[in-house]
Design a binder for this molecule. Structure first.
Ligand code: NAG
Ligand code: NAG
Length: 396
């Protein structure tokens, strides 16, 4: 699809404005709520598959359950779903979740500490209901924060239920969401994120996912593992330490440069790059690079590919490009080798288009196309991210 979905970009300012009210105390509350004594740590494994170029997770919410298909987004924290009554909902194929029909739905009040968990986007005070407002680069959602029972079905068919998960009941939602996307599930580092909430009851705030390449048969699904068993380890695993920045949501790394075959294109031509200059965001399809870096990189890509691009601006080529190896260089000598599976999307017309584009920003965002065919493990507790080259269409 057209690379116009830039979730995350305008989100941070909103998330940060509420960050100070949260903190460690709220994490303790979450543990209490979500770790009833009879739940033993176990991994919840849910199905994901590419929907256009977003990845969707299915989660059943409420009693009786409504199945929600939500965009998996490591670039934000809040889980929200379209919710009746709609002030303004976008068109959706499946029935819209109706809290008045659920016996386990509880709206939060502004006084509730959960209303102010880090990353909640809460916009309220006093004894009102907990209103939230969340913005993305190309969309927004507004509604009330509530708690609800959520059930995850593992690929084996086993179900795991989580009572009292805080989520956004979205009454006013707009943006580039399609009719099969019923909401968005934030897997960021913030305390309100789904993984932060359920992590403690499944063996840790960590998860791994294997994203299929663009244009993979939509009937093929892959896996998202949460908690114990989601660790990415063994031969061939590349692990990087995440950087703590003022942004409490993102998975940030320091990108020092990108090589095209053996030619290094440094991130910056004027001194070392800023720490944590690159975020991993599964909710954004393309990789976004600062204009100046993109220009130097694109020139190098053109130099290494003998044929001329169909369109000079987009770096789309008519034919397969062979083995153009590119490498992302991260701080600490961490090198991630990319093949054309990650750097060029095979389009429906058979052409191949570069998965990076330029933006007016000093920082980079590594989008979901470039993470295709890696099993990527995110560990919030240990602040690491690990990559293992994997054929995600076969990973099950
Ligand atoms: C919905 O949200 C938009 C964007 O924030 C806002 O401009 C609009 O007034 C809201 N509409 C309703 C019906 O609440
Ligand atoms: C994460 O940290 C815990 C304790 O801090 C440690 O026991 C564990 O081995 C670490 N896991 C990985 C995958 O490094």
């Amino acid at each position: 699809m057209a690379p116009t979905i830039f979730l995350l970009l305008t989100l941070l300012s909103i998330a940060e404005s509420t960050a100070g009210k949260g903190g460690g105390l709220k994490l303790e509350l979450i543990r209490r709520r979500l770790s009833p004594g009879n739940v033993s740590p176990m991994a919840a494994k849910s199905q994901i598959w590419p929907e256009t170029s977003e990845f969707i997770v299915k989660i059943a919410i409420g009693t009786p359950p409504t199945e929600v298909h939500a965009i998996l987004d490591t670039g934000s924290d809040l889980f929200w779903a379209q919710c009746r009554p709609c002030a303004k909902c976008y068109q959706q194929t499946n029935p819209i979740y109706d809290p008045s029909k659920s016996s386990t739905f509880r709206i939060l009040s502004c006084k509730s500490p959960q209303c102010h968990l880090r990353g909640s986007g809460a916009a309220c005070s006093g004894t009102d209901t907990c209103k939230y407002s969340y913005g993305y680069g190309s969309g927004s959602t507004q509604g009330e924060l509530a708690s609800e029972k959520m059930v995850v079905t593992s690929r084996s068919g086993a179900t795991t239920s989580f009572p009292g998960v805080v989520f956004g009941c979205g009454h006013n939602n707009s943006g580039t969401f399609n009719a099969n996307e019923m909401g968005l599930i934030g897997f960021g580092r913030g305390a309100i994120s789904f993984v932060s909430q359920i992590g403690p009851s499944v063996g840790g705030r960590k998860f791994s996912l294997c994203l299929m390449p663009y244009n993979t048969d939509p009937r093929i699904s892959s896996s998202l593992s949460i908690g114990s068993g989601s660790e990415v380890k063994g031969p061939g695993v590349i692990t990087a330490q995440l950087v703590r920045t003022s942004d409490q949501t993102s998975y940030s790394l320091t990108l020092t440069g990108i090589s095209v075959r053996k030619t290094l294109v440094p991130y910056s031509t004027s001194g070392p790059p800023a720490k944590g200059n690159a975020v991993l965001d599964t909710g954004t399809p393309p990789t976004l690079l600062p204009k100046e870096l993109y220009g130097r990189l694109a020139a190098e890509v053109r130099r290494h590919i003998p044929s001329k691009p169909i369109d000079d601006d987009t770096l789309c080529y008519k034919d397969n490009l062979g083995d153009l190896v590119m490498t992302l260089h991260f701080d600490g000598g961490v090198d991630l080798r990319l093949s054309t599976i990650q750097t060029f999307n095979k389009m429906p017309d058979g052409s191949f288009c570069f998965t990076a584009m330029s933006v007016d920003d000093k920082d980079a965002l590594i989008g979901n196309s470039m993470m295709a065919n890696f099993l990527v493990g995110y560990d919030i507790d240990n602040m690491t991210v690990s990559f293992k080259p994997t054929d995600c269409t076969k990973a099950g």
